[in-house]
Design a protein around this ligand. Structure first.
Ligand code: ADP
Ligand code: ZN
Length: 529
């Protein structure tokens, strides 16, 4: 039973206790809420699970009028509204999934002053009818959730968000609060500028999630590696496994089920009923694993997700951070595990090349991928690298894979020269372009059918790289790609030199490479790629 609404105005703390049943504010929640309650603007950067929702929900309850929340997560609005109604908050939403009658009821409640919170999809604000509606009611504040969507340089740009700057012109006296869980320094500045929030108070919480152990392993047989991780460290735990394609979601879920792990698939190709059923089973039952495309998890509030596994390379550090952030919201030890290999790089480069959009757009995607690769290949603490990416500093964490099993670095200059010159010779002597597999076979001096067919055994570089094993060479290729010393192009992942490659070939640049640490739990079989 929700205690009755008192007649006296309440303080934010009283609302926190009476409505939400929590004792105290966390982190900067109290300051943020005070700012907005007093009518000021706020820009809030807080990691997933940090408690952003209360930062606009409580001011909406304390200030007169309705808090208007702009959110791109249409699929979640119903859940968010249901959760609020369960604690006695009068909430509604307007989006394209409703029929006119449902919409009219929400509009009527809003105009009658009977709504505490109104969730709106951003495209609604483009409609004159919506602006007109808001103008006829009383608005307590505007909350702009997932504010990074306004950034054209970010990883999740939504054109509808650009129109949000107009809120301020139309309603100059109504406070606005913009919130995001993912923003680099540059995105942060861009949000402030585009949303006209330059006068806003900025609240930047630490992006550190100390209870999450970050691990990135070389991909060998990913499904087996995953099963190994689950069996050795996370038996019976709830977890989320991310795959890039629907097909691999299906295959992986099936594989886990066959091996005694209850796993449910989740992707946009499943019908809405199945998706809703799988999602609610995940939320309600213990120890389920959901295998999903990135469509899953936005706003999912399950505190005891013990591991988040990526079987494919995420497209950006922002995406990776957001997805891994769904682990361990309860603060207990959790694992963020990613398996990545050369094929991921090839595939993603190809997707970028084929993506629609202009050159600037493709460059942006490329820069996001490069930052992700740098995180994968770092020999430094993963957490420090992540925090630096978000413009924050940190100490070696002692808990990530590179801290626990420091990878050795070795001088890979000669190896890099050999590999790059093999690519150079193919290009210049033969005008041929091949993928990593063939180049490595040449270096190892393998007499394969393809080598004979192209007479690659005649090349000066043939057999000149027997000091490394095949898996090690693939590691060299991966790291040269990550360092921008090599590029992959086209459908078949052919290798090309970059401008920086010539510095290595001309002895002007030393190349330090990472040696993979010995096998650890969850890092899988011996074949390293
Ligand atoms: P975010 O939107 O930042 O990802 P949420 O607003 O969904 O995070 O909050 C994450 C979880 O933390 C929710 O279960 C929420 O109820 C809980 N929470 C938020 N603030 C507090 C608080 N002050 N005390 C206890 N729990 C809180
Ligand atoms: Zn570390």
């Amino acid at each position: 039973m929700v205690p009755a609404r008192p007649t006296e105005p309440e303080t934010p703390l009283q609302v926190l206790r009476r409505v939400f049943g929590y004792d105290a504010f966390r982190g900067e929640q109290a300051d943020i809420i005070d700012t907005v309650v007093a009518g000021g603007d706020a820009l809030v950067l807080m990691p997933t699970g940090g408690g952003k929702s209360l930062c606009y929900q409580i001011p909406s309850l304390v200030r007169p009028g309705t808090g208007v929340v702009i959110s791109p997560l249409i699929a979640l609005m119903q859940d968010q509204v249901d959760a609020l109604r369960n604690v006695g908050v009068r909430a509604g939403f307007l989006n394209s999934t409703q029929d006119p009658q449902q919409r009219r009821r929400v509009e009527r409640d809003f105009l009658a002053g009977e709504l505490d919170l109104l969730y709106l999809a951003p495209e609604r604000l483009r409609m004159d009818s919506t602006v007109d509606l808001l103008g006829r009611g009383a608005v307590a504040l505007f909350a702009i959730d997932e504010a990074h969507c306004v950034s054209q340089w970010g990883h999740d740009f939504r054109p509808d968000y650009l129109a949000l700057s107009e809120l301020h012109q139309r309603w100059p006296d109504i406070p606005r609060i913009a919130l995001t869980a993912t923003a680099t320094r540059a995105t942060h500045a861009e949000i402030a500028e585009r949303l006209d929030l330059t006068g806003a108070k900025h609240f930047v919480a630490s992006f550190d999630r100390p209870n999450i152990q970050y691990r990135i392993v070389a991909k060998a047989s990913p499904q087996k590696q995953l099963l190994d991780l689950i069996r050795t460290e996370h038996a019976g735990d709830a977890g989320i496994v991310y795959c890039l394609s629907r097909a691999s979601v299906e295959r992986t879920a099936e594989f886990l089920c066959q091996n005694g792990v209850t796993a449910l698939p989740y992707h946009a190709g499943l019908d809405a009923g199945t998706r809703a059923r799988n999602q609610s089973r995940f939320l309600r039952e213990d120890g389920l694993v959901v295998v999903a495309t990135i469509a899953f998890g936005m706003g999912i509030d399950k505190p005891d997700v013990r591991f988040v596994a990526h079987l494919d390379l995420p497209k950006s550090v922002e995406g990776y951070y957001q997805e891994t952030g769904r682990a361990g919201r309860d603060g207990l030890p959790s694992t963020a595990w990613l398996a990545y290999g050369l094929a991921d790089v090839v595939q993603q480069r190809k997707m970028i090349e084929q993506s629609e959009g202009d050159l600037a757009h493709r460059r942006r995607l490329s820069a996001h991928l490069d930052a992700m690769l740098a995180l994968c290949e770092t020999i430094e603490c993963r957490r420090v690298q992540l925090l630096n990416y978000f413009g924050q500093s940190g100490e070696r964490c002692g808990n990530c894979d590179t801290c626990l099993t420091p990878p050795e670095s070795w001088d890979g200059t000669v190896a890099a020269q050999k590999l790059l010159s093999a690519v150079w010779r193919l290009d210049n002597e033969r005008n041929q372009h091949f993928g990593a597999g063939q180049v490595v076979d040449i270096l190892l001096g393998k007499q394969t059918e393809k080598v004979r067919q192209h007479r690659h055994d005649q090349l000066a570089t043939f057999g000149k790289g027997t000091e490394l094993k095949e898996g090690e060479w693939r590691g060299v290729v991966r790291q040269l790609l990550a360092q921008g010393l090599l590029a992959v192009v086209g459908d078949y992942g052919v290798l090309h030199l970059t401008e920086a490659s010539s510095e290595v070939l001309k002895q002007q640049r030393k190349v330090m490479l990472r040696r993979e640490p010995e096998r650890q739990a969850g890092s899988g079989g011996s074949a390293r790629v």
